[in-house]
Design a binder for this molecule. Structure first.
Ligand SMILES: NC(=O)c1ccc[n+]([C@@H]2O[C@H](COP(=O)([O-])OP(=O)(O)OC[C@H]3O[C@@H](n4cnc5c(N)ncnc54)[C@H](OP(=O)(O)O)[C@@H]3O)[C@@H](O)[C@H]2O)c1
Length: 321
């Protein structure tokens, strides 16, 4: 009887271990393929250069957008450069034309304005064989803040963050997709953020707009995969840009150029990705923590961290006064 019990215990123990092992391996292998093995051993999954002659980039005069502009011009794309400040656009267009010998068009629009800006963009991109759209433009909080304080300090901020982070993505896709569908090929790269999938209290409105971008991108990919469209949704952690207010890059906080090179390397392997291994590891660690412990514990841990960043930002601001 005792032997039978031990045998049953061993049997069910082995089955349980086998199931857990299978679950881990079935997650780990595809992850390793799309993030490491595929890009390193097999190279690019798709030839982005064959998608069309033009690439469109929003929010292109700084940070990640500027890095995309240069990386795509280097590959021979002519560029539609869309951003807010005309003088910066003119300067960038001149720099890119001189360095990469490609054609550029500039469109100065403020994505915080009304939907009429999309008529202007539509008119300016008419007839171009657009192969790549990078929906990069985005705004965030000046520092982590309680939702109501954001609203009370600037009531228009909530409209602006939705207009820039969400409307720009959906409207630009609506303008460019028909061109891509006609030619049955195209790449759409949408900038979300790690904040869109990890707990981000005190960045509540920002992180919710970025969660929208993830959901939108994944369902858009499913709708148009069979029509030759590749959607990549990026969830970076910190990148050294004006938005993050981090000047010095490091292994954990890449320069925009390093980040974009990494994202282009894994284009086509998977839809939603941090696209930079150290950021991918942080997001996996967070997912494991949420799975292995209770959700409020993890949310609180991040909340406390963001509270300390808020405190530091507020004390710096009060010292400046
Ligand atoms: N940096 C990070 O750590 C990080 C992390 C996660 C996700 N992201 C996402 O990555 C994207 C790029 O971020 P970034 O750090 O490169 O930003 P950034 O350095 O602040 O650059 C933003 C660019 O967008 C333009 N822009 C801003 N507001 C605009 C508006 N209302 N209308 C038109 N253009 C506007 C800016 O032009 P002006 O110079 O004229 O203002 C600039 O060219 C964003 O979607 C962001 O949410 C960034």
């Amino acid at each position: 009887m005792a032997l039978d019990n031990i045998t049953a215990f061993q049997f069910f123990g082995s089955v349980a271990l086998g199931l857990v092992g299978f679950k881990i391996v079935s997650k780990l292998l595809p992850w390793a393929y799309v993030n490491i093995i595929g890009p390193a051993l097999l190279g690019p999954k798709l030839n982005i250069r064959r998608m069309g002659g033009w690439a469109v980039i929003t929010g292109c005069t700084d940070g990640i957008g500027k890095a995309y502009a240069k990386a795509l011009a280097k590959q021979g794309f002519s560029l539609v450069l869309i951003s807010r400040t005309l003088s910066k656009l003119e300067e960038l267009a001149k720099e890119i034309e001189n360095e990469y010998k490609v054609e550029t068009k500039i469109i100065d629009v403020d994505f915080q304005s009304g939907v009429e800006i999309y008529d202007k963009i539509k008119a300016r991109i008419e007839g171009l064989d657009i192969g790549v759209l990078v929906n990069n433009v985005g705004i965030s909080y000046p520092h982590p803040e309680y939702f109501l304080d954001c609203y009370q300090q600037n009531p228009k901020f909530l409209l602006d963050i939705v207009a820039v982070n969400i409307h720009s993505v959906t409207h630009m896709c609506a303008l460019v997709l028909p061109v891509m569908l006609n030619r049955k090929k195209g790449v759409i790269i949408n900038l979300s953020s790690g904040a869109g999938s990890i707990p981000s209290a005190l960045l509540t409105a920002y992180s919710a707009t970025k969660a929208f971008v993830i959901k939108f991108s994944e369902d858009l990919q499913t709708e148009y995969r069979a029509s030759g469209i590749t959607v990549q949704c990026l969830k970076p952690g910190f990148v050294a840009t004006k938005m993050s207010k981090i000047k010095k890059a490091s292994f954990m906080i890449p320069t925009p150029d390093t980040y974009v090179a990494s994202a282009l390397r894994i284009l086509g392997y998977t839809t939603t990705t941090a696209a930079y291994l150290p950021h991918e590891f942080i997001q996996i660690a967070c997912a494991v923590m949420r799975y292995a412990t209770c959700e409020p514990f993890v949310s609180n841990l991040f909340f406390k961290h963001l509270l300390s960043l808020r405190k530091r930002a507020l004390s710096r601001a009060s010292q400046k006064k």
